[in-house]
Design a protein around this ligand. Structure first.
Ligand SMILES: O=P(O)(O)O[C@@H]1[C@@H](OP(=O)(O)O)[C@H](OP(=O)(O)O)[C@H](O)[C@H](OP(=O)(O)O)[C@H]1OP(=O)(O)O
Ligand SMILES: Nc1ncnc2c1ncn2[C@@H]1O[C@H](COP(=O)(O)OP(=O)(O)OP(=O)(O)O)[C@@H](O)[C@H]1O
Length: 384
């Protein structure tokens, strides 16, 4: 694979705001150039600084997505990427065009005007002129940790999943009835229940787009605006069961993080102290070797290998899954699945420098939950 910049000049009036996360913002193409129809432009926001050169970073992230994450999940879930030059004028115009429609809690961070390369990906919200319903799920952690390194004071981790506990830190427990373990299960009823709970409190874990337009999600999903939500949730559950993607994802999350942060953190510290982990982020070769060794399991993993595996698990605990159902609902026959495509996004590497943050965050998730539920009898029991 080589780095190739497309010879295309972009016009801001042909791109409309589609969505954003913490680090990235995306725009759908609305113009008439057939080379760009059905593509989406993904740009860095201004909080996303990197020390390496931009071209190098784009190229490495694309290899990471395709050859590291893709070799774990299977390549069919990874979207191809193309690179396109962007100018400060184009980015300034996009900033102005999207300001009014961006969510209030995100607008304080603008598009990074210093970037010179944008990433084009197939648009999973609106494939050209065809009609589509796309559901975006951010499924988070699909299992209860069982590591023997979890200390007695944190035993609750074995019973209450991280997402359910995290609701108390993020929303004082008033957040959501959603438990990811239902979504990751093999029971159609549990998956449907999870989707219903998500519709009531979607947060950043469920988004629904009809023909590229997001269905308003302030506090709860206005399911009346979604074509036949009652049917859609059953179709989604069937797709998830048929695809087995979440089952695979849960297995990967678990096997890449067998020790829990409580077990891996001392190993990380030892590796840093012994000079086995350099004081810089892993290179793409480090990631490629780590994934190859994880898949072959031929040698006993080194400290560095275990830390990299933990970070890969962290990536897989934060991805979004896009399920695009084409031509919904006109050609749907009950019992028969409509044509669909599944892809994952947000597959960038997680930073080694965030290891202390990971320890601190899980610890404050547990402490906050325990403050609300000091007695085991009042604590929730999540089930895999
Ligand atoms: O730790 P978590 O579970 O809160 O995950 C963070 C996400 O929060 P969430 O709870 O999903 O709202 C957080 O999502 P939001 O910004 O809250 O939408 C990010 O995805 C963050 O990753 P990064 O720092 O952008 O690489 C995520 O951080 P990582 O832990 O994946 O590094
Ligand atoms: N190929 C795509 N097709 C359709 N929508 C996409 C595509 N890629 C990204 N998106 C949308 O853009 C949003 C932001 O992208 P992404 O998740 O990569 O941003 P991020 O800042 O890295 O997210 P996070 O805050 O979760 O780390 C996604 O949640 C999704 O709605």
């Amino acid at each position: 694979m080589e780095f190739k910049l497309q010879d295309i000049s972009l016009d801001a009036s042909e791109w409309s705001y589609s969505g954003e996360g913490n680090m990235k913002i995306v725009f759908s193409y609305t113009g008439n150039d057939f080379k760009l129809a059905g593509w989406l432009l993904r740009l860095d926001k201004a909080n996303n600084h990197s020390s390496s050169s931009e071209q190098h970073k784009r190229y490495e992230n694309s290899i990471f997505s395709t050859h590291v994450i893709g070799s774990l999940t299977g390549p069919s879930y990874i979207l191809p990427q193309k690179f396109v030059p962007v100018t400060p004028l184009f980015l300034t115009q996009l900033n102005q065009r999207c300001l009014a429609v961006r969510p209030a809690h995100r607008v304080h961070v603008l598009i990074d005007l210093a970037q010179q390369i944008g990433v084009l990906m197939p648009n999973m919200l609106k494939p050209g002129n065809e009609s589509a319903v796309t559901v975006e799920l951010k499924p988070k952690w699909g299992y209860l940790p069982t590591s023997s390194h979890i200390c007695a004071a944190n035993e609750v981790k074995r019973r209450v999943c991280r997402y359910c506990m995290h609701q108390y830190l993020k929303h004082q427990g008033k957040g959501s009835e959603f438990c990811p373990l239902d979504l990751f299960s093999t029971s159609q009823d549990r998956i449907v229940r999870a989707l219903d709970c998500l519709a009531q409190s979607p947060q950043n874990n469920l988004r629904v787009f009809v023909d590229g337009i997001i269905v308003n999600t302030d506090d709860s999903l206005d399911t009346c605006k979604i074509p036949q939500w009652d049917l859609l949730k059953h179709v989604l559950a069937q797709i998830l069961l048929q695809e087995q993607f979440l089952i695979k994802l849960r297995q990967l999350q678990k096997s890449l993080d067998p020790l829990d942060i409580e077990g891996i953190y001392p190993i990380y510290q030892r590796a840093v102290a012994n000079g086995k982990l350099a004081d810089c982020e892993p290179s793409i070769d480090d990631w490629l070797q780590a994934v190859e060794q994880f898949r072959s399991q031929t040698t006993c993993p080194t400290d560095k290998q275990m830390v990299l595996q933990f970070l890969l698990s962290t990536v897989l605990k934060d991805i979004s899954v896009l399920i695009m159902i084409k031509q919904w609902p006109h050609h749907y026959t009950p019992g028969q699945l409509p044509e669909y495509r599944i892809a994952i996004v947000d597959t960038e590497p997680k930073k080694l420098s965030k290891m202390p943050k990971y320890l601190e965050r899980y610890q404050s998730i547990v402490s906050t939950y325990l403050k609300h539920h000091p007695h085991p009898s009042s604590q929730k029991q999540c089930y895999e």
